[in-house]
Design a binder for this molecule. Structure first.
Ligand SMILES: NC(=O)C1=CN([C@@H]2O[C@H](COP(=O)(O)OP(=O)(O)OC[C@H]3O[C@@H](n4cnc5c(N)ncnc54)[C@H](O)[C@@H]3O)[C@@H](O)[C@H]2O)[C@@H](O)CC1
Ligand SMILES: Nc1ncnc2c1ncn2[C@@H]1O[C@H](COP(=O)(O)OP(=O)(O)O)[C@@H](O)[C@H]1O
Ligand SMILES: [K+]
Length: 554
C-alpha cells in the first residue's frame, strides 16, 4: 500500500529528511524533484528535444522545482521560456540557488526568463507563446496551496487551461496541479465558471508520497495520469506507519491476505454465510448478495427471506439454500426466534439488501444484532432503518461492517452529502469514532476505515460503469464471504479485499463491454478471474504487478 499524505504530513516528511537524522541537503531534494519530473514526463511526451516549453514558476518551493526542470530540459534540447512569479529575495535558499543558476544560463542566451513579479508583464507576448508552445509545466503552487487561487495565479491558470483546450499542448503538473487542495481534493473556484479554476493537467509527477487530494474528486480530475517518484527520500520515511494514516490499496496488499485454499479444505472451512434480507418488492437484491458471496468462495450460503417471497427465490441460484421465515412479505420482530435458532451455525450474516423500510423490520434487525455473536455486514435498507441508533450499534461495533453509499452515510451521520464530499476521509473517521464499526463508505473512490478509526484505506479499483443498482448488493455478499475466509486477519482486511476485488471485477467488465450496461451479476461472475489474477500476481516476483494484464490472460 502507498501512503496518502496531507500537506502537513508532506511538510513533516520533507523536514525530517532535511533536518532530522538524514540531513539531506534541501537543494539536493529539490534537484531530485525537478529531475524526476523531467524523466517521468517522457512517458507522456517521449522526448524534450526540440520541444517548445513554458515553465511557470510560483513563489514557493514548487516554483523552485520549476527552475531545476528548466535547466534539465534545456540540456535535453528544449526551447524554454521561464515565467518567474516571485522576487529573488523571497525565495527559499534552495529555490534561489537554482534560480541563480538559471539566470546565468539565460545570460548566455540558453533560455528566456520573464520576471512576472514586476508588474510590467507583456501578456500579449505570453498569449503568443502559449499558442506556439508544445508543453506547459505547472510549477505555480504545490502542497502550499490553500483557499482560493488569487492573481496572478488565477490569470495564468486560466490562460494555460484555455491554451491547452485544443488537446495539442501537454500540461505537466509538478507535485500536484495548482489549485487542488492536497488534503481533500477540493478545487479552487469549486468548478464554477469565471472563478479561480485549477490547472487541468495531462500528467502529475508527485514527490515522496501520494497526496490524498489527488485520489478524490474533483481534484482527481485535474491530475491526468499520476506518476510517483520517491525523490531520494529515505525508505523508512516512505514506508513507516504513522498516526492519522491513510493508504492507497494495491494488488499486493490484497494478495497477501487472501490465502490460497488448503488442498484438504472442505465446505465447512470456507464459512457459512447467511444472507438475511429481502422483501416483497426487492427480492433480486438478496439474490445478488448471495451471488457475490458464492463467487467470492463462500463454503455454504443460506438465504433467509420473508416467507411470502421464498417461492420466487428457490432455484434461482441452485448453489444456495433458501428458506422462508415467518409468514409475511417483510421481516418483523416475530421472526427473530426462527433466525436465532439457526444463527449459531452461521459464520457471518449479511443483512439489509432489499429489506424494505417497514419499522417492524427495524426491531427484527436490532434483535438479530443483539442476540448473535458472529460478524454482521449491514447494508442498504438495514442502514436506513437503524439510522439514528449509534448508541445501540457501537457496543457491537467490533463485529459489524457497515457499507453505506454517500446518501446512506449522510442519513446515518446527519452530515449533508456536500459536507461529506469536502473531506471524505475526515467524515469517515469521525463516523467510526462514534459508531466503532468497520466502515465501507462506498463511492468514487470507496474509503474503508478500521473500527479503531486509526487507519483509512482508499480503493483504486472500479469505474463509473458500476454506478448501477445492485452493485452494492454484490459487494455485501463478497465482504461477508471474505470475512469468513480461512486466514483472513480481521474484518477490515475482509472489507478491503471485498472492495478492491469488486472494483477490479468491475474494471474487467468495463474492458469487456465498455462503460454502459454490464450488470452486477456479470461483476460477480468476474470475481474468480480477479482472484486467480491475484494468485498469479503473488507468484510474480516483479514489483510491477499488473493485475489487469493478468486477468486478460486468464
Ligand atoms: N524541501 C521541500 O520542502 C521540498 C519541496 N518540494 C516542493 O515544494 C512544494 C511545497 O513548497 P512550499 O511549501 O513553498 O509551497 P508552494 O510552492 O506549493 O506554495 C507556496 C506559494 O504558493 C502561494 N500560494 C498559496 N496559496 C495560494 C493561492 N490561493 N493563490 C495563489 N498563490 C498561492 C504562496 O503565496 C506561496 O508563494 C511541494 O509541492 C514541492 O513541489 C520539492 O522541491 C521537494 C522538496
Ligand atoms: N463512478 C464510480 N467509480 C467507481 N466505483 C463506483 C462508481 N459508482 C459506483 N461505484 C461502486 O458501485 C457500488 C454501488 O453500490 P450501491 O450504491 O450500494 O448500489 P446498490 O445499492 O444499487 O447496490 C459501490 O461499491 C461503488 O463504490
Ligand atoms: K503545481
Amino acid at each position: 500500500m502507498k501512503k496518502l499524505c496531507t500537506a502537513d504530513q508532506m511538510h513533516h516528511m520533507d523536514q525530517t529528511a532535511m533536518y532530522g537524522k538524514y540531513k539531506i541537503a534541501p537543494v539536493v531534494l529539490m534537484e531530485n524533484a525537478g529531475h524526476a519530473v523531467v524523466e517521468k514526463a517522457k512517458d507522456l511526451i517521449i522526448s524534450w528535444h526540440n520541444k517548445r516549453v513554458i515553465v511557470f514558476c510560483g513563489k514557493g518551493n514548487n516554483g523552485g522545482d520549476g527552475f531545476v526542470i528548466a535547466r534539465h530540459i534545456l540540456a535535453e534540447g528544449a526551447r524554454v521560456f521561464v515565467y518567474v512569479l516571485g522576487k529573488d529575495a523571497s525565495y527559499s535558499t534552495e529555490a534561489n540557488y537554482h534560480l541563480q543558476t538559471l539566470y546565468a544560463m539565460a545570460e548566455e542566451g540558453s533560455c528566456v526568463i520573464e520576471n512576472y513579479a514586476e508588474g510590467n508583464e507583456d501578456n500579449q507576448q505570453l498569449h503568443q507563446r502559449l499558442k506556439e508552445t508544445d508543453i506547459i509545466v505547472d510549477a505555480i503552487v504545490g502542497t502550499g496551496f490553500h483557499g482560493q487561487l488569487h492573481n496572478p495565479a488565477t490569470f495564468l491558470v486560466r490562460c494555460i487551461n484555455d491554451a491547452a483546450k485544443n488537446g495539442k499542448i501537454k500540461v505537466i503538473a509538478v507535485d500536484i496541479p495548482t489549485g487542488v487542495n492536497t488534503d481533500t481534493g477540493e478545487i479552487s473556484g469549486n468548478g464554477e465558471e469565471h472563478t479561480g479554476e485549477p490547472i487541468y493537467a495531462d500528467m502529475t509527477v508527485t514527490f515522496g508520497a501520494l497526496k490524498r487530494g489527488m485520489q478524490f474528486y474533483p481534484g482527481k480530475k485535474c491530475c491526468g495520469s499520476i506518476v510517483w517518484d520517491p525523490i531520494g527520500m529515505p525508505v523508512s520515511l516512505l514506508r513507516n506507519r504513522e498516526q492519522n494514516a491513510a493508504y492507497l490499496l494495491e494488488t499486493a496488499d490484497i494478495e497477501r491476505v487472501l490465502c490460497s485454499r488448503a488442498p484438504d479444505s472442505h465446505k465447512g472451512t470456507h464459512g457459512t454465510i447467511a444472507v438475511v434480507s429481502g422483501s416483497r418488492d426487492m427480492i433480486g437484491a438478496p439474490l445478488m448478495t448471495c451471488r457475490g458471496a458464492m463467487r467470492a468462495g463462500a463454503g455454504k450460503i443460506f438465504l433467509r427471506v420473508p416467507e411470502q417471497t421464498a417461492s420466487y427465490c428457490i432455484g434461482k441460484l441452485p448453489e444456495i439454500m433458501v428458506r422462508g421465515i415467518g409468514s409475511g412479505s417483510e421481516f418483523s420482530e416475530n421472526d427473530v426466534f426462527q433466525i436465532l435458532e439457526e444463527a449459531k451455525k452461521w459464520t457471518v450474516i449479511a443483512i439489509g439488501p432489499g429489506m424494505g423500510k417497514n419499522s417492524k423490520t427495524k426491531t427484527f434487525i436490532q434483535e438479530v444484532i443483539r442476540n448473535t455473536t458472529c460478524p454482521i455486514v449491514i447494508d442498504a435498507d438495514a442502514l436506513n432503518l437503524i439510522h439514528s441508533e449509534k448508541e445501540f450499534i457501537s457496543p457491537y461495533g467490533k463485529r459489524i461492517i457497515m457499507t453505506p453509499h454517500l446518501a446512506e452515510f449522510s442519513r446515518l451521520s446527519g452530515v449533508s452529502i456536500a459536507e461529506v464530499k469536502k473531506d471524505v476521509i475526515e467524515a469517515a473517521k469521525h463516523f467510526v469514532h462514534e459508531w466503532n464499526v468497520t466502515l465501507v463508505l462506498k463511492g468514487a473512490p470507496t474509503v474503508i476505515v478500521s473500527s479503531d478509526a486509526q487507519t483509512v484505506y482508499v480503493n483504486p479499483t472500479g469505474n463509473a460503469g458500476m454506478a448501477a443498482g445492485g452493485m452494492g448488493d454484490v459487494l455485501t455478499g463478497m465482504i461477508a464471504a471474505f470475512a469468513a475466509h480461512d486466514g483472513m486477519p480481521d474484518l477490515c482486511a475482509a472489507a478491503c479485499s471485498g472492495v478492491f476485488i469488486h472494483g477490479a471485477a468491475g474494471d474487467y467488465c468495463y474492458n469487456k463491454y465498455g462503460p454502459y450496461g454490464y450488470s452486477p451479476c456479470e461483476v460477480a461472475d468476474a470475481i474468480p478471474r480477479v482472484i486467480k489474477a491475484l494468485e498469479i500476481a503473488g507468484d510474480t516476483a516483479s514489483e510491477d504487478r499488473n493485475l489487469f494484464g493478468m486477468m486478460e490472460s486468464i
